[in-house]
Ligand binder design. Structure first.
Ligand code: GLC
Length: 403
């Protein structure tokens, strides 16, 4: 029998797409044939850890090849020309740059670049990629900050990667109540943004979807920290300090602005009302991945994580806690409404380890490995039975092999 590591390498090879000027790993062969930003970064991290940094390097360089001159890193890039690509292109006819989404995803790419740099010490790679990374983080700070908070906004649920998480339900309006309405609502919202050329004034005035989302901001803080570490290695202390300070400021703001003392969880902020979107999900636990954390608030998230009525199920960590009406791990129509996903597990296990909480970290890591070993690399898993759901041969579930 092959090891989980070997199976992971094989799956990443199966999903690899190479063509004229590109190399990337598709999240899955069928439903997701294109390059998704955070998926690609996860694939690069796994390839790097499994001894194939050259593939990781190529994947990251392909991802950056889609960046706009001002620093937007598209959440999806269509590289190849197959039938599916044409169909998807037609569906996204309103994108201003054909084949490149005008939205972003959590900037996991900074962690991938750091991983490759630490593994290879490849100075040419780091000199090529650092300007892209810096441009992207500057773009996030410049175009996605509204008001005086250091936190950045997402302008579509797709941008945090947790497409249909229940906290967004109240923001999606009536069409979302139709069959498959959440998809319609998301496409409509994306189209509106394009038509208004992402004008910040209009976004605020017309009260578009504008949310300081916890997972996105956590990854933003981790990315800034990764930049600080890279610059420290390169001996550029002033840049390193600057990124480190910004990372800490963002972390502090997550704890200060998003932490809700009444429930002890971190919630997204809806900028149109200034209120917290107080519906629990795995996103509320993501600050466990941060280095900087006040002890009491950190402990409060650990208590929620390890509560058997909420997140501590036989195969943790579910995307929605067990005791909420929105916990529907069997529902195949929508995503992120109950099942366990391996990428959020990877962040949580790493974060807990950083804080010396090796036991819960090991529980999450072992559950993830067991899921992948028993049910294969599926898109997501039932947190009670372990059964796999969604796509088969799903790329980022190979993170289970490096947890
Ligand atoms: C789904 C996920 C999103 C991911 C994409 C490709 O839309 O919600 O996070 O990037 O699939 O795997």
């Amino acid at each position: 029998m092959l090891s989980l590591e070997e199976n992971a390498r094989r799956l990443l090879d199966t999903n690899a797409r190479r063509g004229d000027g590109y190399y990337y790993t598709a999240p899955s062969g069928k439903k997701y044939p294109h390059q998704w930003s955070w998926d690609s970064a996860f694939h690069a991290i796994v390839n790097c850890r499994l001894g194939r940094p050259e593939l990781a390097r190529e994947e990251v360089l392909t991802l950056f090849s889609g960046m706009t001159p001002d620093g937007l890193l598209p959440h999806i890039s269509f590289h190849h020309q197959g039938f599916r690509a044409w169909k998807d292109r037609l569906f996204r006819f309103y994108w201003p740059r054909p084949g490149r989404s005008p939205l972003v995803q959590p900037p996991v790419v900074a962690l991938a670049v750091r991983e490759i740099w630490e593994k290879t010490g490849d100075i040419e790679f780091i000199e090529t990629t650092l300007p892209f990374l810096e441009r992207h983080f500057k773009w996030l700070g410049d175009t996605r900050r509204f008001g005086d908070s250091p936190l950045v906004s997402i302008l579509s649920p797709w941008e945090c990667g947790l497409d249909h998480k229940p906290a967004f339900d109240p923001l999606l309006g009536k069409p979302a109540k139709l069959p498959f309405g959440r998809y319609l609502a998301l496409y409509a919202a994306e189209m509106k943004l394009v038509l208004q050329v992402f004008d910040p004034q209009k976004i605020v005035r017309k009260r578009y979807f504008n949310v300081r989302e916890v997972l996105f901001n956590t990854v933003y803080a981790l990315g800034l920290e990764a930049l600080a570490r890279i610059f420290d290695d390169l001996g550029n202390q002033s840049k390193s300090r600057c990124y480190q300070n910004t990372s800490e400021t963002v972390s502090d703001a997550i704890w200060n602005e998003c932490f809700d003392p009444a429930t002890g969880l971190c919630f997204d902020i809806d900028l149109n009302t200034g209120k917290l979107l107080a519906e629990p999900s795995v996103s509320c636990l993501m600050p466990l991945a941060l280095k900087h954390a006040p002890e009491d608030k950190y402990q409060s998230l650990v208590d929620h994580l390890t509560n058997t009525e909420e997140f501590w199920l036989p195969f943790p960590v579910p995307s929605v806690p067990h005791n909420r009406p929105a916990f529907e791990p069997q529902d195949k129509r929508y995503l992120w409404r109950g099942p366990t996903w391996i990428n959020t597990n990877w962040f949580l296990a790493n974060g807990l380890r950083r804080h010396g909480l090796n036991e819960p970290a090991a529980t999450i890591a072992n559950a993830s490995r067991e899921l992948a070993e028993q049910f294969g690399f599926r898109e997501y898993y039932n947190p009670v039975t372990g059964e796999g759901g969604g796509e088969k041969g799903f790329g980022w579930s190979t993170l289970a092999a490096i947890m």
